[in-house]
Design a protein around this ligand. Structure first.
Ligand code: AMP
Length: 114
């Protein structure tokens, strides 16, 4: 997608700090971290969000969740725990319309989800 920020990051047109990537997914550090570890996991194929997830093939969707787990392992979060969030649409405060999973950890996170 020409005007998609995360598609440009995946292509390397906009710089990012890669944490992990494979054939179907890309994981990179969030530019405005909200926890000591804050990584974004995205499918390399463009999909706007969970509201239109039917457009994404099952293998890519599964790969995203496997990459979340891989990032947690690489970042040393497996034992201490972490949070995965995918904001969707206006009320969910989604600011980039390319499906992404936040991986947050490295501190005790709040119980509140709002
Ligand atoms: P959301 O608000 O859930 O759509 O998440 C979008 C995330 O992308 C935010 O946490 C931003 O800080 C992050 N972000 C925006 N631009 C960049 C960038 N150039 N590199 C890394 N992360 C970014």
């Amino acid at each position: 997608m020409e005007n998609c920020l995360f598609c440009k990051i995946i292509k390397g047109d906009i710089p990012s700090t890669c944490v992990y990537q494979d054939e179907k997914t890309y994981a990179f550090r969030d530019i405005a971290p909200m926890a000591p570890t804050h990584v974004l996991v995205v499918p390399k194929a463009h999909c706007e969000g969970i509201d239109v997830i039917d457009a994404l093939d099952d293998a890519t969707l599964a790969a995203c969740l496997r990459t979340v787990r891989k990032v947690a392992e690489l970042e040393g979060l497996t034992e201490s725990g972490f949070r995965t969030v995918s904001n969707c649409g206006k009320d969910g405060c989604q600011s980039v319309r390319h499906l992404h999973f936040h991986v947050l950890g490295g501190k005790q996170l709040s119980e509140r989800m709002d």
